[in-house]
Design a protein around this ligand. Structure first.
Ligand SMILES: Cc1cc2nc3c(=O)[nH]c(=O)nc-3n(C[C@H](O)[C@H](O)[C@H](O)COP(=O)(O)O)c2cc1C
Length: 182
C-alpha cells in the first residue's frame, strides 16, 4: 500500500509533526510504503485559477515542488495531512496546498482521482477546547472527502491541554493505530 504524509508545520519536532510521524510509523510497521512531504521546505505556488486542469482534464500545470506529488497521489491508498492552527484556522501554507487540489475536480465537477483513498487529518492548537475550531478542521477535510477520499479520523492536539507528544501519549497511540490500520 502507498501512503503519503504531508506535514504542514514549520516545527519539524512539534506536536502536529510528531503525531504525523506516529501515523507514518504505524503505516510502515504494517508494511506500507510512505512518502513524507514537509510543506515548509517546499516551494508551493497558489492556485492560479487558470482552468488548465478543467479544460484538459489533467493535473495542475504549475511547475513547482508539487509536480511529483500528483503522480504519487494518483497511486496512493492513504493520505495523512497535518497542520497547526494559525488564527483560528489551518495555517496558510496548508491552505495553499489544499487549494491546488482544485485540479482533482473535472469540468463536470466530478473527482478525477480514484475513489477510496483513506485520509487522516491531524491538527495542533493552543486552545484547550477541542471543539472550538472543529468546523475549520471538518471544512479542511471535506475538500478531500469531496474527491471521494474516505475520512479515517480527525486528531486534535492542544498545546496547552495535551503537552508534549511522546510515544506514551494517548494521541500518539491513536495516530499510530490509524496509520497501522491503513
Ligand atoms: C501565527 C500563529 C497563530 C496562532 N493562532 C492560534 C489560534 O488562533 N488558536 C489557537 O488555539 N492556537 C493558535 N496558535 C498556536 C498554535 O496552534 C500551537 O502552538 C500549535 O501547537 C502549533 O503546532 P505545531 O508546533 O505542530 O506547529 C497560533 C500560533 C501561531 C504561530
Amino acid at each position: 500500500m502507498n501512503v503519503i504524509a504531508v506535514i504542514g508545520s514549520p516545527h519539524k519536532d512539534g506536536p502536529s509533526a510528531r503525531l504525523t510521524l506516529a501515523a507514518v510509523q504505524g503505516a510502515r510497521d504494517a508494511g506500507h510504503h510512505v512518502d513524507v512531504y514537509y510543506v515548509g521546505d517546499m516551494n508551493i505556488r497558489g492556485c492560479q485559477g487558470c482552468e488548465f486542469c478543467k479544460n484538459n482534464s489533467k493535473d495542475c500545470i504549475l511547475n513547482d515542488d508539487l509536480k511529483p506529488y500528483w503522480e504519487k497521489l494518483h497511486a496512493a491508498d492513504a493520505l495523512i495531512v497535518s497542520a497547526p492552527n494559525y488564527c483560528a484556522t489551518i495555517n496558510g501554507p496548508m491552505i495553499t496546498y489544499l487549494n491546488r487540489h482544485y485540479c482533482l475536480i473535472n469540468a463536470e465537477w466530478k473527482p478525477r482521482i480514484h475513489a477510496g483513498i483513506k485520509v487522516l487529518g491531524i491538527f495542533s492548537q493552543g486552545e484547550t477546547d477541542k471543539e472550538k475550531y472543529m468546523d475549520a478542521y471538518r471544512w479542511y477535510m471535506a475538500d478531500f472527502e469531496n474527491r471521494d477520499m474516505v475520512l479515517q479520523d480527525i486528531i486534535v492536539h492542544s498545546r496547552r491541554g495535551d503537552g508534549e507528544v511522546t510515544p506514551e501519549h494517548e494521541l500518539y497511540k491513536r495516530a499510530y493505530a490509524v496509520g497501522n490500520s491503513f
